[in-house]
Design a protein around this ligand. Structure first.
Ligand SMILES: Nc1ncnc2c1ncn2[C@@H]1O[C@H](COP(=O)(O)OP(=O)(O)O)[C@@H](O)[C@H]1O
Ligand SMILES: [Mg+2]
Length: 251
C-alpha cells in the first residue's frame, strides 16, 4: 500500500453533490441538450459507476463534475467547495489540481517521458519538492505493479502497463476524487481486470470517491453503486455489494 496514503472524508460521507445539471452544445444553428437536468452524488470510499451507451452524456457529466466544462445550469458542491462553478477559473483549476485524479481511455501519457517522470510531473505541478516527488512516484508505480518498469517510456510498454502508469499518476497525489472515463475500453480482459481492481482499491484503501464511467456492464461487479444514464437523463440508481474478486474474462 502506498505509504503516502492519507484518508479523505469518512467512508460513506458525501464527496460530491450536483443538482440540475444542464449542458447544451451548439451544432450549426441548433442546440443539442446533452445533460437534461442531472442530479448526481458520490461518496468517499465508494466506487460509483456511471453506465450508459455511447453519446449518452457520460463524459460531459464527468467534465461538469470535475471543473473541466461549465454546465449551462445547475450546481456542483464538491468536498468543501460550495457551488464550484461560481468560483474563478483560477480557483477551479486549483481545486482540480489539489483534489482530482483523472484516468482516460487513451492514457494521455507524454511520449518522451519514462514512467517515473510521468508521475513526478503532476506532483511537481503541485509544488512537491523533486526528491519527494521521485519517492512518491516510485511508491505509486510499485503499488500498481510497475516497480520493474520505472525507466521505460510509453512506446516500450503494453496498453495495460500504460494504463497502470496513468493510474499511478492519478493515485500519487492521493486525490479525494478520482474520475475514470472508459478506463478499460482500450484493454483486453486481463488488463481491464487489473485496472478495475486498482480503481476499486483506490476507493476502499485510499478512501477516494471513485467515479467510473463506462459502457461495459461487466464492470458493475466492482461497484458500490450503478447509475444508468441515457440521452442525458439518469434512468436509475442502484446500490449493490461490490465483489472485489470478480473476474472480467477476456474479450
Ligand atoms: N464539444 C461538443 N460540441 C458538440 N457536441 C458535443 C460536444 N461534446 C459532446 N457532444 C455531443 O454530446 C453528446 C454526448 O457526448 P458525451 O458526453 O461525450 O457522451 P458519452 O461519453 O456518453 O459517449 C454526443 O452526442 C456528442 O456528440
Ligand atoms: Mg465518453
Amino acid at each position: 500500500m502506498n505509504p503516502n496514503t492519507v484518508t479523505h472524508g469518512r467512508a460513506g460521507t458525501s464527496a460530491i453533490d450536483a443538482k440540475g445539471l444542464v449542458k447544451r452544445f451548439k451544432t450549426g444553428r441548433t442546440f443539442i441538450e446533452v445533460l437534461k437536468g442531472v442530479d448526481f452524488d458520490a461518496r468517499h470510499g465508494e466506487m460509483t459507476m456511471v453506465m450508459g451507451p455511447s453519446g449518452s452524456g457520460k463524459s460531459t457529466l464527468v467534465a461538469a463534475l470535475s471543473g473541466l466544462l461549465k454546465p449551462d445550469e445547475g450546481r456542483v458542491d464538491a468536498l468543501d467547495v460550495d457551488d464550484l462553478w461560481d468560483h474563478s477559473a483560477g480557483r477551479i483549476d486549483k481545486f482540480r489540481l489539489d483534489n482530482c485524479g483523472f484516468i482516460f481511455q487513451g492514457f494521455n501519457l507524454f511520449p518522451a517521458m519514462n514512467a517515473t517522470q510521468q508521475v513526478m510531473t503532476v506532483l511537481k505541478y503541485q509544488g512537491v519538492p523533486k526528491d519527494e516527488a521521485r519517492r512518491r512516484a516510485v511508491a505509486a508505480l510499485e503499488e500498481v505493479g510497475l516497480g520493474a518498469r520505472l525507466n521505460q517510456r510509453p512506446d516500450s510498454l503494453s496498453g495495460g502497463e500504460k494504463q497502470r502508469i496513468a493510474i499511478a499518476r492519478a493515485l500519487a497525489k492521493d486525490p479525494a476524487l478520482l474520475f475514470a472515463d472508459e478506463p478499460t475500453s482500450a484493454l483486453d480482459g486481463e488488463n481491464g481486470q487489473v485496472v478495475i481492481r486498482l480503481l476499486r482499491r483506490a476507493a476502499t484503501e485510499h478512501g477516494a470517491a471513485v467515479i467510473c464511467v463506462t459502457h461495459d456492464p461487466r464492470l458493475e461487479a466492482w461497484a458500490d453503486r450503478v447509475i444508468h444514464i441515457e440521452d442525458g437523463r439518469i434512468l436509475d440508481d442502484q446500490r449493490r455489494t461490490p465483489d472485489p474478486n470478480a473476474t472480467l474474462g477476456s474479450h
